[in-house]
Write a protein that binds this ligand. Structure first.
Ligand SMILES: [Zn+2]
Length: 389
């Protein structure tokens, strides 16, 4: 099983310069060969060999290093790895899974990959070209079987994301639930657990707006403007950190306690385009949450069932199947006119999602396993607001 550990790095000034050079060089090599590959294809469309692959471009690297001598300062394996990344982008494009590869910009996420040659000694992470080691601070010990390390930068902070292999076996949870992702509540489970959204995000958003307004009043490019840009970036960073922490807590608690989870395959990109709900949706970082939940369930060999978005999940009565066409977004309770059933709107949807998932995999209604109170206690101890309906 592969896991990842993210540790914060504390490079000295000299190391910061070299890290920046690594980010820049990997981006430069990526962009250079994106152009080379595009040109080659245009000129060889009708030849036997239509395009270049990762190996072709890696073989062209030594020549490029003669032209741009500064590339020799950079770990050559990291440069090679940007060409493997570029190749992946091309292959995704050819499989029609992605758009044509884009040039990487300074504004994009800054990163480079270190595929081998790493060690950790006395709170120092040693990677090629940084043989004196970069100081890191983390409670966890650096694992032994490291697969690769990705060095990233977020505003003014540097991180190492260490991907490693572990033999550790995590137990599979026992419960079975459906999850309804919402706006008023972050999520509601079919066994009645409701996790409230993070308040802190709202507060930070107000702050963000204020600082952005200040930014708009400064002269672009001036010293004060630059200082204000950093201020704004730092608020974004706080929001990202808070959201990631929140998503980690919720996904861990669920993955620990449940062996089968049904969730709607939300077309989040499509939904984010719907402006009315776009803001609070992207705020809550559903996409990140789902990704975390998927890999954490995977660690435990637990099951994630995704069902297509089906309209009546909120409009259908989970008790008798009646569809209530006039259910409004503002109705927080679901009252069924046919069977008289009354239930929290999101809980009703979560039960429908669970039932749909069970039908999809050809199983009957699962036995109720009361683990929701253990999950709730765990979330509450992490400072989250949770209700049991
Ligand atoms: Zn009913």
């Amino acid at each position: 099983m592969f896991k990842a550990l993210k540790v914060r790095l504390y490079p000295n000034e000299q190391q910061k310069i070299l890290l920046e050079k690594h980010f820049g060089a990997c981006r430069f090599v990526y962009n250079h060969f994106l152009e080379v590959r595009t040109k080659y294809y245009a000129e060889h469309k009708n030849s036997k060999k239509k395009g270049l692959n990762a190996f072709d471009t890696i073989n062209m690297l030594p020549q490029l290093k003669k032209e741009y001598v500064w590339l020799n300062e950079i770990n050559s394996q990291s440069l090679q790895h940007s060409l493997i990344q570029l190749d992946k982008a091309f292959r995704a494009f050819f499989k029609h899974n992605a758009d044509y590869p884009n040039f990487r910009s300074k504004k994009d996420n800054q990163y480079f990959i270190v595929p081998s040659g790493f060690r950790a000694i006395n709170n120092r992470l040693i990677i090629p070209k940084f043989m004196e080691g970069i100081v890191y601070r983390d409670k966890s010990t650096i694992p032994e079987k490291i697969r690769q390390i990705i060095i990233t930068k977020d505003v003014n902070r540097y991180y190492a994301s260490i991907q490693y292999e572990t033999d550790e076996e995590l137990p599979k949870g026992v419960g079975t639930i459906g999850i309804d992702m919402g706006i008023k509540s972050f999520l509601t489970t079919s066994d009645g657990l409701q996790v409230e959204p993070l308040n802190v995000l709202k507060k930070m958003e107000k702050q963000l707006k204020r600082q952005q307004k200040k930014l708009s009043r400064k002269i672009k490019g001036s010293n004060n403007w630059r200082k204000q840009v950093v201020k704004v970036q730092k608020i974004y960073q706080h929001i990202r950190d808070a959201r990631t922490d929140f998503n980690h807590k919720v996904s861990t608690a669920i993955a620990k306690h449940y062996g089968t989870v049904v969730i709607e395959d939300l077309n989040i990109q499509g939904m984010v385009r719907n402006h009315r709900i776009a803001k609070s949706m992207s705020d809550q970082g559903w996409y990140q949450f789902k990704q975390m939940l998927a890999y954490k369930l995977g660690w435990r060999r637990a099951e994630l069932i995704e069902i297509g978005r089906f309209e009546p999940s909120s409009k259908m009565c989970s008790n008798c199947g009646n569809i209530k066409h006039d259910l409004k977004l503002s109705d927080r309770m679901y009252h069924c006119d046919v069977c008289g059933f009354s239930i929290d709107r999101d809980l009703n949807a979560a039960i429908n999602i669970l039932n749909m998932g069970m039908i999809k995999v050809g199983r009957g209604t699962p036995e109720f396993t009361p683990v929701e109170s253990a999950t709730a206690a765990e979330l509450q101890s992490g400072g989250l607001r949770v209700d049991i309906l």
